[in-house]
Design a protein around this ligand. Structure first.
Ligand code: ATP
Length: 233
C-alpha cells in the first residue's frame, strides 16, 4: 500500500536519506522509529509529495502522491500539528478540507464526533490545546475515509487518555484492513501498538520486519533500538 524504494535525499553536500526502502502493508500498524534527525520526517514528506527525492521513489497505492486525483480518499496524514489556519474554527477548517477533495459535508460532523471535538467545533484552531490540535489534524486525515493513515509523532501533546484513545483508533483502522504508518521516537508507545517496525538511523534503514523479529535477542524494544541505532541507554 505504501512503498518507499531506494530513496536518496541530498540537502546541499549532506545526504540525509541513503537508499531508504520499506513497505507499510494493509492490516498492519508499521512504526517508523529512529532518533532525532534520523530522517523520519524527511521520508514521510517525500511519501506525501511535500518534497522530492534526489533519487528513488515513494508510492501510495502504486502511484506517486501528486498523481492521486483525490488524495485524501486514499491516504490521510498528520505531519505537523493540525494544519489549520489559527483564525478558522475546527468545523470551518474541516469543511474547507472536505470541499477541496470532493468529500461530502456530512463527514465533518462525523469526524468531529469521532475524534472527540464535537464540543469544540466552533473554537478557533489557534486557541486549541496541543492535544486538541492533534485531534483536529487526525479529524482531517479521517475525513475521506482513506485506507491508509500516515502520522508523524501522533501522540505528541496527548495526555494518557488521549494516547490510549489514539492507540485504539489506529488498531481498529488496521484491524479493519487499513494501513497505518506512524513515526515515533517513543519506545513504549510503539511496543504497545506496532505489528511491524522500520528502524532508521542517520538516513539508513538499519532493521525492518515484524516487531518480534526485529527485537529478537534483545530484552526490550528499547534495548533493540539502542543496539540498532548505535546509541547508549
Ligand atoms: N529543510 C531542511 N533543510 C536542511 N536540512 C534539513 C531540512 N529538514 C531536515 N533537515 C535535516 O535532515 C536530517 C533529517 O531530519 P528529519 O527531520 O527528517 O529527522 P527526524 O527523524 O524526523 O527527526 P525528529 O525526530 O527530530 O523529527 C536532519 O539532519 C535535519 O537537520
Amino acid at each position: 500500500m505504501l512503498s518507499i524504494d531506494d530513496v536518496v535525499k541530498r540537502r546541499g553536500a549532506r545526504e540525509v536519506l541513503s537508499g531508504v526502502t520499506f513497505r507499510a502493508e494493509p492490516g498492519r500498524v508499521t512504526a517508523f522509529l529512529g532518533p532525532n534527525g534520523a530522517g523520519k520526517s524527511s521520508t514521510l514528506r517525500i511519501l506525501l509529495g511535500l518534497d522530492r527525492p534526489t533519487s528513488g521513489r515513494a508510492l501510495v497505492d502504486g502511484r506517486p502522491y501528486a498523481s492521486l486525483p483525490r488524495p485524501l480518499r486514499v491516504v490521510g496524514s498528520v505531519l505537523d500539528g493540525s494544519g489549520a489556519h489559527r483564525s478558522r474554527s475546527a468545523r470551518q477548517h474541516l469543511a474547507w478540507v472536505a470541499r477541496s477533495n470532493g468529500i461530502p459535508r456530512r463527514r465533518v460532523g462525523e469526524v468531529l464526533e469521532q475524534v472527540g471535538l464535537a464540543d469544540a467545533a466552533r473554537v478557533r484552531a489557534g486557541r486549541l490545546s496541543l492535544g486538541m490540535g492533534q485531534r483536529l489534524g487526525l479529524a482531517a486525515a479521517l475525513l475521506g475515509e482513506p485506507p491508509a493513515l500516515v502520522l508523524d509523532e501522533p501522540v505528541n501533546g496527548l495526555d494518557p487518555e488521549g494516547i490510549r484513545w489514539i492507540r485504539r483508533l489506529l488498531r481498529a483502522h488496521a484491524d479493519a484492513g487499513g494501513t497505518v504508518l506512524l513515526s515515533s521516537h517513543l519506545m513504549a508507545e510503539v511496543a504497545e501498538l506496532a505489528d511491524d517496525l522500520v528502524v532508521i538511523a542517520a538516513g539508513r534503514v538499519v532493521a525492518a520486519g515484524p516487531l518480534d523479529r526485529v527485537t529478537a535477542g534483545h530484552p526490550t524494544l528499547e534495548d533493540a533500538f539502542f543496539a540498532l541505532t548505535g546509541g547508549t541507554s
